[in-house]
Structure formats: structure tokens, C-alpha cells
Design a protein around this ligand. Structure first.
Ligand code: MRU
Length: 366
């Protein structure tokens, strides 16, 4: 088993080399490798090929992407259209997670306000670092609020194990430090509450089986990996006490885009009267979209991710389908607000309604 540093961060600035360094998540759980990102093209490739993934992390990576573009651009650092073009290219790297545009635009705005080359590079480095620290703090707060939900479930069960189902990886690897969906779980575990996690494998890229299971193992949290269609069966048999997932984009009306298959878990949870929580920092809200199903762009990825089962640690190994069968690879789906019990945010817990989101975020336009 490969050991990671604690607290786990999938991105950081190597201060000696002034270089942005990331964990190459394609290699996990077999190898813990890092990469240095030195150009906008490398940042875009890292986001598209899932070296880095998960909404808050790609927001932070996008922010550092502006720093990298500013530095790599040399004399063009004072050329606003150059920086604006690089920002647009970064934002286009993946379409669903709104954090990417948020992180890129926030850093770009900060940089454009500076009037010297050094000022611009320093400001980009600082802004991206601040975004990373804020996301780490957000995950700690989400952990604190979510802890109370798990504590209550444990109290109702007289201290018996609380079984939590999660989908994809909304953990430290997808964010900074505690993750979103995993933050309440880690915080409850540290508080001595008996928790067990059902980990959806999350085909086709197996973020649950590869990444969430690895993170949970590292921390010693009890867990079991299940194939994606198992959740409904477990719920029917009283083996799931709550579902906690992350999100890539949440409308101000409470619709949630998350990894493909999340919607089906929400339907099964509703049918079995099981609370379905979505944990998110405010950077994952899209304050401009009302209806998620029609409004949120859903990424379609390469068919080969479905056609082949990745091997160790190659990206393609065993062909699963007949040579000529086409495949479709929708990476996300939308869970309508009516299926969501509550959001766990850095400002507290709220219902998935526009009114209650506004109560927590009165300063946002919605
Ligand atoms: O395609 P991915 O691996 O980037 O998808 C990630 C997810 O769906 C996560 O659940 C989501 O980003 C929330 S991360 C806190």
C-alpha cells in the first residue's frame, strides 16, 4: 500500500522551484507519482486526461493555470489579450464543473489589475494559493456541519455503525485536504463515531474503486467497494443510513450535476426514504443557471474509456466490448433538487431550494 502525506493535498506549489506540482491520479492506487505543470498546454492536458479531477481541484488547478500562463508567457505577461486567451483555453478544458471557470476568472481578474510583470506573476501565485487555502478551510467547515448529521444518525442507531454510501471521488483528491462528501465522514471518524462507507466503483474511470477506496484505506476508515448498481439493493435491505455525494455544478435552484449514476442513487434513496446529502463549497454553485437538466453542460468523454478496462497502471488494457460495438460516455448526470434532502456547505446546511440557498448566500445573485 502506498503511503500519502497528511493532510493529503493533490496540488501544491514547490516553493524552491516555484513550480505547480500535482499528484498524477491516473496512476493511483498503484503508484503515487507527481508531475510538474509548466505551460498552459500542460495544465489543459492534465485536466482533460484526469491527472487532476474533481470540481474544487480543477478550480484550483485553473487558478494556478493563470499563474503558469503568466510566467510562461514571459514578455506577454503584460499583454491582456494573451492572458484572456489562455484563460478561455483553460476554461474550455472540461465543461461541467463550474469551479474551473470560477478559479480561472477570479485569478485572471486579480492579475489584470496589476501594472508590472512581477506584480502580475506574484499576484497570480498569491491568488491561486489563497483559493487553495479557502477550499481547504471550506472542506473543514463542511466536515464540521456534516459531522452533526452523522452524529444524529449514530444517536438514532444507539451507536451502531452508520453506513454511508458515496459515489465517485469527492474526497481529498478531488479537493484540498478533507474533500467535500468525505469531509463529514473523516470528521465523524476522528470524533470516534462508528462509520462504514459503501464505495460505488464509478465506472468507467473507477474513481470510487481507485481513489476513494485508497483515501479511506490511508485513513483507516472502514469501507467496502461495490459495483455501481448495488446501492438500490443495499437500500432496500436497510444497509444504507445516508448517501453523501459531491457535485460539479449546482444551480441556484438546487439541481445538482455530479458523476454519471448519481441521479439513480438519488431515486433509489427517495424510494427507500434514505437521506440524500450533497456536500459542496460555494465555488460549485452556478448563480446563473435555473434549470439543471436543460442548463448544465454534460461532458461526453472518449468512448474508449467505456470500451476498455484500465489496467495496472496502463490507461488501456482489456477490451470489454465486441471490437465494433459503439459506446457512449456521458460523464455526469443531473439530480433534480426534489430528490435532495439537504446541502452541506461551508456556511451551514440548507434545503435544495432557491429560498434556503439564498438564506445562506444572501450576498450572491440568485
Ligand atoms: O470526472 P471527475 O472525476 O472529475 O468527477 C468528479 C465528481 O463527479 C465529483 O463527485 C465532483 O467533482 C465533486 S468533487 C468534490
Amino acid at each position: 500500500m502506498i503511503e500519502a502525506t497528511h493532510p493529503l493535498r493533490p496540488i501544491w506549489l514547490d516553493r524552491k522551484e516555484d513550480a505547480v506540482t500535482v499528484i498524477d491520479q491516473r496512476m493511483l492506487p498503484h503508484e503515487l507519482k507527481t508531475l510538474k505543470l509548466l505551460s498552459t498546454d500542460e495544465v489543459i492536458a492534465a485536466i482533460q486526461t484526469m491527472v487532476v479531477r474533481g470540481a474544487p481541484l480543477i478550480g484550483v488547478t485553473g487558478a494556478y493555470g493563470i499563474f503558469i500562463a503568466a510566467k510562461a508567457g514571459k514578455e506577454r505577461v503584460m499583454d491582456d489579450p494573451y492572458l484572456e486567451t489562455e484563460a478561455r483555453r483553460l476554461i474550455r478544458a472540461r465543461p461541467t464543473a463550474v469551479n474551473l471557470a470560477w478559479g480561472v476568472n477570479r485569478t485572471l481578474d486579480a492579475v489584470l489589475a496589476e501594472n508590472t510583470p512581477k506584480g502580475r506573476i506574484d499576484r497570480a501565485r498569491r491568488e491561486a494559493g489563497e483559493i487553495a487555502e479557502e477550499e481547504a478551510e471550506n472542506s473543514r467547515k463542511i466536515g464540521g456541519y456534516g459531522l452533526e448529521l452523522i452524529r444524529e444518525a449514530s444517536r438514532i442507531k444507539n451507536g451502531k455503525t452508520v453506513h454511508i454510501l458515496t459515489h465517485c471521488n469527492a474526497g481529498a483528491l478531488a479537493c484540498i485536504e478533507l474533500g467535500t462528501a468525505t469531509a463529514p465522514i473523516y470528521t465523524a471518524f476522528e470524533a470516534g463515531i462508528d462509520v462504514h462507507v459503501w464505495v460505488d466503483e464509478t465506472r468507467p474511470l473507477n474513481q470510487g474503486a481507485r481513489l476513494t477506496a485508497w483515501e479511506l484505506s490511508q485513513r483507516g476508515v472502514a469501507h467496502t467497494v461495490i459495483v455501481d448498481n448495488t446501492g438500490g439493493h443495499l437500500m432496500q435491505h436497510g444497509m444504507v443510513d445516508m448517501v453523501i455525494v459531491g457535485t460539479d455544478r449546482t444551480t441556484y435552484t438546487g439541481d445538482v450535476a455530479n458523476k454519471i449514476g448519481t441521479y439513480l442513487k438519488a431515486l433509489a434513496a427517495k424510494d427507500n426514504n434514505i437521506p440524500f446529502y450533497v456536500a459542496l463549497p460555494s465555488s460549485t454553485f452556478d448563480w446563473s443557471i435555473a434549470g439543471g437538466v436543460k442548463g448544465i453542460p454534460i461532458e461526453k468523454r472518449d468512448e474508449d474509456e467505456v470500451r476498455y478496462m484500465p489496467g495496472k497502471p496502463k490507461t488501456k488494457e482489456n477490451l470489454l466490448l465486441p471490437e465494433n460495438s459503439p459506446a457512449a460516455n456521458y460523464a455526469f448526470d443531473v439530480t433534480p433538487a426534489r430528490l435532495i434532502t439537504a446541502f452541506i456547505t461551508e456556511r451551514g446546511i440548507c434545503k435544495a431550494t432557491n429560498e434556503d440557498i439564498k438564506r445562506l448566500f444572501p450576498d450572491k445573485i440568485c
